[in-house]
Design a protein around this ligand. Structure first.
Ligand SMILES: Nc1ncnc2c1ncn2[C@@H]1O[C@H](COP(=O)(O)OP(=O)(O)OP(=O)(O)O)[C@@H](O)[C@H]1O
Ligand SMILES: [Mg+2]
Length: 250
């Protein structure tokens, strides 16, 4: 047994003829924050999307190699269950055009695990977890789309938590936020890692350095280097990683 929550073994992904991921061997440890960094187009989002099979929605994608959640090949996991267990937050906050409350109980309805009393409890617990309960407890029937970008993004995280995921994938979750809101979301991630395992794609190297325990550097579809964040940023082993973090390219 190892404590890899997510891992890949010789993962290759092709969009048609384009080879987007090359022999990627990657692991994410339990209750850690792992960042994926690298220049635009290097395959960060593609790799992230492999873990909840979001690439399956794209035509003409071919995948070889294996992807595991714990020891289980994700091909063998029911896709609805996989997406419950491995939740995803996107670059732009995307609440549904419903009330705050309806957003929060949506997942419970989809999974058929809600009832009136339990829904109330779950809504409170999940808003507490993202630091929004005091702010929103009297606004549960307000339209979610009327909230600020930061609050929307927190709400999207709370919406994931309602279905008790194990892993949270975040694809540049702060790119629509100002620097102060960004720091607050980073604090939230650090709080959440006590209970969840977090994999985040970020363009922002300072963000990776601030929040993550482990960092992977990608270039042209390859995972060039992976290690503890402090090692990647202070003594990278690969000269391409060093070039990137010292700002020579990207
Ligand atoms: N649906 C798709 N069809 C064809 N090619 C794609 C598709 N999605 C991504 N690509 C290509 O795959 C490569 C990796 O894209 P990906 O979006 O994973 O990169 P990224 O590292 O997340 O970039 P960014 O930092 O700009 O978000 C890019 O060359 C991109 O053009
Ligand atoms: Mg991307």
């Amino acid at each position: 047994m190892n404590n890899h929550v997510l891992s890949t073994d010789t993962l290759n992904l092709y969009y048609g003829d384009f080879h987007a991921l090359l022999n990627v061997n990657f692991s994410v440890y339990q209750h850690s924050i792992t960042s994926l960094i690298g220049p635009s187009g290097c395959g960060k989002s593609t790799l992230l999307r492999c873990f909840n099979r979001m690439n399956d929605l794209i035509d003409d994608v071919k995948i070889t190699g294996s992807i595991y959640v714990h020891e289980q090949n994700i091909e063998e996991v029911d896709i609805i269950e996989l997406r419950r267990k491995v939740g995803m937050v996107f670059q732009r906050p995307n609440p549904f055009p419903f009330s705050v409350y309806e957003n929060l109980i949506y997942g419970l309805k989809v999974h058929g695990i809600g009832n009136k009393k339990r829904n109330r409890e779950v809504v409170e617990r999940c808003l507490q977890a993202v630091g929004l309960w005091n702010e929103l407890k009297d606004k549960l029937s307000s339209p979610a789309l009327s909230l600020s970008e930061e609050i929307k993004q927190r709400l999207c995280i709370a919406r994931l938590l309602t279905v008790e995921p194990e892993i949270i994938l975040l694809d540049e979750p702060c790119s629509a936020l100002d620097p102060i809101a960004t720091l607050r979301i980073e604090e939230l991630m650090i709080e959440l890692k006590e209970y969840y395992t977090i994999l985040i794609v970020t363009h922002n190297m300072q963000q990776a350095a601030r929040v993550s325990d482990y960092t992977g550097f990608m270039l042209l579809g390859e995972l060039v280097e992976f290690g503890e964040t402090s090692q990647i940023f202070t003594s990278p082993k690969d000269e391409r990683t060093e070039g990137y973090i010292t700002g020579r390219f990207g």
